[in-house]
Design a protein. Structure first.
Ligand SMILES: *Cc1c(COP(=O)(O)O)cnc(C)c1O
Length: 397
């Protein structure tokens, strides 16, 4: 029924044409991204700068297209994990400030200085190496110093931060633009976040006493931006929220207005085969599913080689014909199975929704993450090169 009403609209016809061309594809709504960024800007207020995090192919959305959109929509800085990502952004548009959030390996330092990408500094050793390279090239390098306030990944420890910053300001080839830290549990542990924030604030106090001014101070990822709105310093670093996903937590509830952000990405595949199976039939590798009754089963054209984590086996759900259908048996590399017993008109070629809305139902990346015992970040970055990305919205052309 739902299908027929939808079919009569021109938008649905357009979708149908797309359907016929791919086995597994993602549709990315650029208007959603743009309005998410606008909402974040509104929430943060006019004096706060935004560093949009676009690491891992812009969380699976496609770095080139997303970087272009964010340039048009007024991001202030880009955040990337590695040099390759930074260079991709350089190809999209010149001159944008890019902060390398990950470590810069020794052999990458020269390129980073030449391309004027901003590295993250965690030690005097790194600072001195950058200074030496910059001197050789007759250039300056703009850097951000990272403080490890309790994440334990990169950054100088809080008690040594002042000394490092003093050294960095002494090196003439280095220009200190930012000081930052990163929360480990902003979505679910208020107390630990407060502990981290106090440590970081302690460093800021020391800097003030030493009369060292750092232009950009930042700490907040998406979860911290929602949970700690009063301590945004003067730059925020949202990732997940830009893509329209609220970092959820069972432990910490969030007062965020409905429809503030919306997911930009939907993920689809096709029904490749439909069959009836008698009671007792075993399905897929390892025979982890045995039919408790007579069933209709659809074989779908996506597996873990495309996008879908195998840990969703026997638990995840997909939408077919607007109905929730449970995944049966182990998910395989290229195919997975779904129960279409309640979708009598499901047939070969139909679209299946892995993430997204259809009829009155919708499946979010966070829901998929829960089925797959992981986090929405991994669900998105697990979408592989095999999945065609299609862009919609005003900027898509
Ligand atoms: C990935 C990352 C972010 C963005 O985190 P979200 O939770 O996706 O908002 C911010 N800062 C750093 C240092 C990161 O590595």
């Amino acid at each position: 029924m739902v299908k027929q009403t939808l079919r009569s609209s021109p938008r649905r016809d357009e979708d149908d044409r797309v359907q016929t061309r791919f086995r597994c594809w993602a549709e990315i709504d650029l208007d959603a991204l743009r309005s998410n960024l606008a909402w974040i800007r509104h929430r943060a207020g006019p004096r706060i700068k935004i560093l949009t995090v676009v690491k891992a192919d812009a969380y699976g959305h496609g770095l080139k297209q997303i970087a272009a959109l964010l340039m048009q929509s007024g991001t202030d800085i880009f955040g990337v994990a590695n040099l390759a990502e930074a260079r991709t952004i350089r190809h999209v548009g010149r001159g944008w400030p890019i902060l390398l959030l990950g470590v810069c390996l020794p052999e990458e330092m020269e390129t980073v200085v030449r391309d004027q990408i901003m590295p993250t500094i965690s030690s005097l050793n790194e600072a001195e190496q950058f200074a030496a390279i910059a001197k050789q090239l007759g250039q300056q390098v703009t850097v951000h110093v990272k403080v490890d306030s309790g994440m334990g990944r990169l950054g100088v420890s809080a008690d040594k931060a002042l000394a490092l910053v003093e050294e960095v300001t002494r090196l003439r080839e280095l220009k200190l633009q930012g000081l930052y830290t990163h929360y480990s549990s902003a979505e679910d542990d208020a107390e630990y976040s407060r502990f981290q924030r106090d440590r970081f604030s302690g460093v800021l106090r020391q800097l003030r006493e030493a009369r060292i001014e750092v232009p950009l101070i930042h700490a907040n990822n998406s979860a911290a931006l929602l949970h700690e709105p009063d301590t945004t310093f003067n730059l925020i670093r949202p990732g997940l929220l830009v893509y329209g996903i609220v970092p959820a937590s069972a432990k910490r509830t969030l007062a965020i207005p409905a429809r503030s952000v919306r997911p930009a990405l939907a993920l689809y595949c096709r029904v490749g085969f439909v069959k009836e199976i008698p009671r007792g039939t075993r399905l897929s590798y390892g025979q982890t599913f045995k039919a408790p009754r007579r069933m209709r089963v659809a074989t779908l054209t996506a597996g873990y080689g495309d996008a879908y984590l195998r840990s969703g086996s026997n638990r995840a759900e997909v939408l077919i014909g607007g109905q929730r259908c449970r995944v049966l048996g182990n998910i395989t590399m290229d195919q997975m199975l779904a129960d279409v017993s309640r979708v009598p008109n499901a047939r070969m070629g139909d679209r299946a929704v892995l993430i997204g809305a259809e009829g009155n139902e919708s499946i979010t990346a966070s829901e998929v993450a829960a089925w797959c015992d992981t986090v929405p970040w991994e669900v998105l970055t697990n979408i592989t090169y095999r999945v065609t990305r299609i862009y919609r919205g005003a900027q898509a052309a």
